[in-house]
Design a protein around this ligand. Sequence first.
Ligand code: DGL
Length: 284
Amino acid sequence: MIGVFDSGFGGLTVLRALLNKLPDYDYCYLGDNARAPYGNKSDELIYSYTIEALDFLFHQGAQLIIIACNTSSARALRKVQQNYLPSNYPDKKVLGVIIPVAEEALRHSRFGRVGVIGTKATISSQAYEVELKKQLDKKKNKNLFNFSQKDLNISVTACPLLVPLVEEGWLNNPLTKKIIRYYLRPLKRKKIDTLILGCTHYPFLLKPIRSIMGKQCRVIDTPAIVADKTADYLERHSDIKDKIGRSRQRNYFTTDDPDDFYAKGQRFLLDSLTKVFRAKLGRI
Ligand code: DGL
């Protein structure tokens, strides 16, 4: 099966895109709601929570895990791939959301003025800046972009209030729009031409974000990109692909109240959500 991990229920946006793109595979989703949000936590905590979540999903039978959470991808993924996987699960894979999204953002950018919004932990990690520069440097990407290296201009802003607003369901509230406008003001001033939504929750605010940024700015649709890149990855890695079951099984786990997860998950995201189970991780 394919495991999908997020700090909470926001990663269902990524799961939904995966189910659309690759419906035949078996999936297992884990939301660490009891310990969310991750976005304001230390590296150490984010790493240890991520490891516990990955252990859980591997024990459920995952061959490949997508870390849908940007904070976890930014703060823990590198260490996971360098240390944890080789010594614990050498034949399994864990992928994050930052590389595919950075690559796609550069492809769409006309002038190299790219903006990134995310949680405090994601923004302060500079993970998107590092990845955007890396992708631009890659030889294989040489003639792929419309601008040169020296034109790359990255602007970032942490938007810590947006996750709680989405969790509260304040998607169309005028106050939410005001707060988004406030956060996006510096990016608008920089005249960015591409915006990365570097957080699982922001796709819910796509409409107001698009209307505030205007037609000159392309807003990148993270879940769809992650789904496309996962499909691509599986095509290139038949060793992993062939081990993933294809009986359309879907299992949902949360570390907090399953009924609450079910209600929120169904209301906001996934009509096809089935029974949610409680996962026990670490000391919770
Ligand atoms: N899932 C987190 C992310 O994408 C947002 C919620 C949190 O802070 O835990 O960064």
